[in-house]
Design a protein around this ligand. Structure first.
Ligand SMILES: *[C@@H]1O[C@H](CO)[C@@H](O)[C@H](O)[C@H]1NC(C)=O
Ligand SMILES: *[C@@H]1O[C@H](CO)[C@@H](O)[C@H](O)[C@H]1NC(C)=O
Ligand SMILES: *[C@@H]1O[C@H](CO)[C@@H](O)[C@H](O)[C@H]1NC(C)=O
Ligand SMILES: *[C@@H]1O[C@H](CO)[C@@H](O)[C@H](O)[C@H]1NC(C)=O
Ligand SMILES: *[C@@H]1O[C@H](CO)[C@@H](O)[C@H](O)[C@H]1NC(C)=O
Ligand SMILES: *[C@@H]1O[C@H](CO)[C@@H](O)[C@H](O)[C@H]1NC(C)=O
Ligand SMILES: *[C@@H]1O[C@H](CO)[C@@H](O)[C@H](O)[C@H]1NC(C)=O
Ligand SMILES: CC(=O)N[C@H]1CO[C@H](CO)[C@@H](O)[C@@H]1O
Length: 875
């Protein structure tokens, strides 16, 4: 069947003529492509040689003469297509960064997803048998040059395409004259449609008959252009390594994608509590006061964070001995731990190029990125001149683990509970070619001047010494960074850059004005194992995440590391969570945060995600902060964080924000096990814990473009007010049974306006057919307290009077659980049943049941149902 051109492919031939899709990148239409020969059928796919037709078009370099096509039917829903250079080993995303699924094969005839080959010019189509659709369909203008690969596919009419992040575009991507560029970068306040911190070369295309996914395993810089119902990849290196995922439901695609990139981690239970941070806490006094002020305002605070302020001159693995002295920091952390609260600090990858132990040990172990002549590759980051760890170096993980063990030592160091890693695109403040980093550091005033030491302005609980005025602290001299530098720095000579590695002939749209090496590690730097930064740039954040995971695990063996990163690549969710970076305190970014959360949770399998609540840059307002706090409580990762030049924005600063924090955190905590169960479900199947409405209502076209309303867990629709000063929101609920979460009153489906939404409230709707396990968490200030509370079941029958739900319980922190409990609840004909396995004794019961139903009818009963065996009860 595969040896020759088939009759059934005749149609494809005309559809796939070179002219059909030409034109998104000017000049490519003249390219004649390749022809397939030597087609060999295997039991589960085929292979073929691809021979360049004619001399090639040489658009961005010489065309490769011969390529190899390898097609494998991995599973019934997954097709793997690779196009490589058979003569030269080209760069491929290494397995140690993204472990690939184990090799698997199904017989060609058994698969729902099919590969159709057109031999001349070479083109292919991927079809879904069950719906009879072409999911992917290339044209003849296929180009494969050393630094430029072009392949394009036809999309559906009026296409609904999602993914290709990280982006701040609408969740449903624009499809006219649109370019998505993947090249990770520090992106404070960047314009929309620009490349951001992370690279996720996967898209989901949703159609009436089904959803499919296309994942390209390639970490090189690329532009993906969408226009005129065509999607075109323009890639500057690597190989083509596609996984086609057949769906057909959106959740199926999510699961199939998780099978390829790895199932995401379930976070520690406490990590779902509320978090507070800011850049600009000037000293330990600020940190201690925030904790005390939260408590005084009766707002739950699970975890206190510190940004880079704590460091001595911004050197990682140091404390500022005057502003953040070790004894005070240890006391703050001990106090937090005594109250079942947690503490997290930021760590950047760039190590200060200074004579201090963390740098010197790095030099000794050889782990910094180096120039061709062996000198350390220098950049300029917060501490001034810096060196960047090479995560591909054989000693790198050991170095990182050792630094964590020393600095974050539980007995005599800063005993953190989680880790926050930033600037790992990696960010560099020095523009290419950065010939004089020392001068650049001075010009940019890095590190910034330190604020004067001050005394506690008022007594702080837990710090008796603040109750009597302290003698002023004598400043300890460390010398200035520059003085130290002078004793140390030497002139470094850069190797002459290979022109094409620095400025490849095809220039991706790296923001507006930046070259590939601008404001990051230079692309001509070779890693210890030979990998070029040009190829592995987009893997820096994920490699750092893995090293940090190992370092955290080694501090607390057996416990799930809690890590939040800024830069990610496909598969990162297996180990870390992600915050959406440096957004602004604007209503636009408040709305936009929903698309960010949906992207990472539902599409990229990084479920633990959230934006900086109340906004990072600029000044928030009372109502923005109140609304954003309520919205942020319905993201998996819930943290207030802002910038050093912004006004303070802890929720207790304003009555409305404080009230929103109390109410929304209260609801979040009552539903914490509902969220945790959804995240456990995602960690075992890939089915997202937060999703766009089209995941559950795929046929309803009205929800395809929706990114202001979304599903939190399987059963709750979140529909925030989205406009400044407004107290109403226009919503659309798909055809189904709905109830208001707060009032338990029925709500009709369709378009409607929800009025009188107070500034400290957020509209929530429960979908008919659900059973929600709700903790009786009233007044609980920590997740440890939440875990001690009993449950109430809220039963929300569908049109047939039936409902179902589930509850997963474990110890909340062990990587390997001794025992877990998983209960499935069902409700039918007035009977509530549970069925499950009961390996974890949570020590709590179900003590109440509420059944919503009919017009305003609510049944409520006190019960005493155990979570240790199956039960059946009339309700
Ligand atoms: C990754 O591992 C798979 C299966 O073990 C292997 O087939 C593939 O060649 C490896 N890829 C790379 C880039 O090392
Ligand atoms: C497409 O977008 C670019 C900017 O990204 C703009 O310069 C150009 O004019 C647009 N073309 C059309 C046809 O709208
Ligand atoms: C804590 O609350 C006190 C009293 O309202 C206030 O003066 C102080 O600025 C607050 N400090 C911080 C860091 O929130
Ligand atoms: C690893 O570190 C040791 C010192 O701990 C050093 O001797 C060795 O050369 C390093 N390995 C490499 C590849 O740099
Ligand atoms: C934020 O408010 C502070 C204090 O009022 C002010 O100094 C600063 O300029 C404001 N920042 C912005 C971006 O408006
Ligand atoms: C919202 O109300 C505030 C206070 O009245 C006002 O300053 C602001 O301009 C209003 N914003 C909009 C968008 O109407
Ligand atoms: C109803 O809601 C949908 C989804 O938000 C929206 O696209 C549509 O414009 C609304 N229709 C009306 C008449 O408001
Ligand atoms: C640079 C940038 O825009 N970063 C973030 C700002 O805010 C939104 C949502 O809050 C995020 O999606 C962006 O990534």
């Amino acid at each position: 069947m595969w040896g020759s051109k088939l009759k059934s492919l005749a149609l494809a031939v005309s559809l796939l003529s070179p002219a059909a899709l030409a034109g998104l990148t000017p000049g490519t239409e003249k390219c004649k492509g390749y022809s397939a020969a030597n087609v060999k059928k295997t039991g589960s796919g085929l292979s073929a040689d691809l021979n360049l037709i004619g001399a090639g078009c040489g658009i961005y370099g010489e065309d490769l003469k011969q390529l190899k096509l390898e097609v494998n039917y991995d599973t019934e829903e997954r097709l793997h297509v690779k196009i490589i250079d058979p003569k030269n080993q080209r760069y491929e995303v290494p397995n140690f960064t993204l472990p690939r699924p184990a090799e698997s094969h199904v017989k060609v005839g058994h698969s729902d997803i099919h590969f159709e080959l057109q031999e001349k010019p070479f083109a292919f189509a991927v079809t879904r048998k069950s719906t009879g659709e072409k999911l992917f369909q290339t044209d003849g203008a296929f180009i494969f040059e050393d630094q430029y690969i072009r392949i394009a596919t036809k999309l559906a009419k009026d296409p609904a395409v999602y993914g290709l992040g990280e982006h701040t575009s609408s969740f449903k991507l624009p499809t006219t004259n649109y370019t998505r560029t993947l090249w990770n970068r520090d992106s404070y306040g960047v314009p929309e449609n620009s490349n951001l911190y992370s690279a996720h070369p996967v898209y989901y295309e949703h159609r009436e008959k089904g959803t499919h996914g296309v994942f390209l395993v390639n970490s090189n810089g690329m532009d993906i252009k969408i226009d005129n119902e065509v999607l075109e990849y323009n890639i500057i290196g690597g190989i083509l390594d596609f996984y086609f995922l057949a769906g057909p439901t959106p959740a199926n695609v999510a699961s199939q994608y998780a099978e390829v990139v790895g199932l995401p981690a379930i976070p520690a239970y406490w990590g779902l509590g509320s978090h507070q941070c800011r850049y600009g806490y000037r000293d330990w006094i600020d940190v201690a006061e925030v904790v005390a002020n939260y408590s005084a305002a009766a707002i739950p605070l699970e975890t206190m964070w510190t940004d880079i302020d704590y460091m001595y001159n911004r050197w990682v693995f140091t404390l500022d001995p005057e502003r953040f002295p070790l004894d005070k920091m240890r006391r703050i952390i001990d106090n937090l731990h005594k109250n079942d609260q947690k503490y997290i600090m930021m760590i950047d990858p760039a190590v200060a190029y200074q004579p201090y132990p963390a740098f010197e040990r790095g030099v000794e172990k050889g782990i910094f990125l180096k120039e061709a002549n062996g000198d350390i590759h220098k950049g300029v980051v917060w501490p001034g001149v810096t060196a960047f760890p090479d995560w591909f170096h054989p000693n790198a993980t050991e170095y990182w683990t050792d630094e964590f063990a020393r600095f974050f030592n539980a007995d005599n160091g800063v005993n953190i509970d989680g880790s926050w890693i930033d600037m790992n695109e990696p960010a560099n403040f020095c523009s290419y070619p950065c010939t004089d980093p020392e001068a650049e550091a001075i010009a940019q005033q890095m590190p910034p001047a330190r604020l004067p030491v001050r005394e506690p302005p008022r007594p702080i609980a837990g710090f008796p010494e603040t109750e009597t005025q302290q003698k002023s602290v004598k400043a300890r001299s460390f010398g200035t960074a520059m003085e130290m530098l002078e004793t140390r720095s030497k002139v470094t000579k850069r190797a002459a850059p290979k022109k094409d590695i620095i400025s490849p002939p095809y220039a991706i749209k790296n923001d507006v004005a930046y070259g590939l090496s601008d404001r990051t590690v230079h692309t001509d730097i070779a890693h210890a194992d030979g990998h070029l930064e040009y190829d592995v740039h987009n893997l820096y954040g994920t490699s750092m995440s893995t090293a940090t995971y190992d370092a955290m695990l080694s501090r607390r063996p057996g416990k799930r590391p809690f890590i939040i990163t800024r830069s990610t690549f496909a598969g990162a969710g297996h180990k870390v969570g992600k915050w959406l970076g440096d957004n602004l305190s604007t209503w636009h970014h408040y709305r936009n945060s929903i698309s960010g959360v949906l992207q990472f949770n539902a599409l990229y399998q990084i479920p633990l995600v959230g934006a900086d609540v109340c906004g990072f840059g600029g000044n928030t307002t009372e109502t923005l902060c109140a609304r954003w706090t309520a919205l942020g409580a319905f993201a998996p990762f819930f943290r207030n964080h802002n910038g050093d030049t912004s006004i303070s924005q802890e929720p207790y600063r304003w009555p409305l924000a404080a009230s929103a924090a109390r109410k929304a955190t209260g609801i979040r905590y009552s539903l914490l096990d509902y969220l945790y169960t959804a995240m456990w479900r995602q960690s075992t199947t890939g089915v997202p814990s937060v999703s766009p409405l089209w995941f559950q209502y795929p046929q309803d076209k009205k929800v395809w473009g929706m990114d202001l309303q979304y599903l939190y867990g399987p059963s709750i629709v979140v529909a925030p007010v989205t406009v400044e000063n407004s107290t109403s929101v226009d919503i659309y609920l798909p055809k189904d049974i709905w109830y208001d979460f707060n009032t338990h009153q029925p709500v009709k489906s369709g378009n409607q306006t929800i009025n009188n939404v107070a500034f400290d409230e957020i509209p929530l709707f429960i979908r008919g057919g659900s059973i929600l396990p709700v903790r009786k968490s009233q007044g609980a200030m920590t997740t440890a307290e939440v875990r001690k509370r009993d449950f109430e079941l809220v039963i929300v029958p569908n049109a047939k009077g039936e409902a179902s739900g589930e509850l997963y319980l474990d110890d909340g922190e062990s990587l390997v659980q001794q025992g877990t409990t998983h209960v499935e609840f069902s409700y039918k004909n007035g009977k509530l049943r549970s069925k499950g396995s009961y390996g974890y004794n949570a020590g709590v019961k179900i003590t109440g049941v509420k059944v919503l139903g009919g017009k305003r009818m609510v049944k409520q009963a006190e019960v005493a149902l155990g979570l240790d065996k199956d039960f059946s009860a009339d309700c």
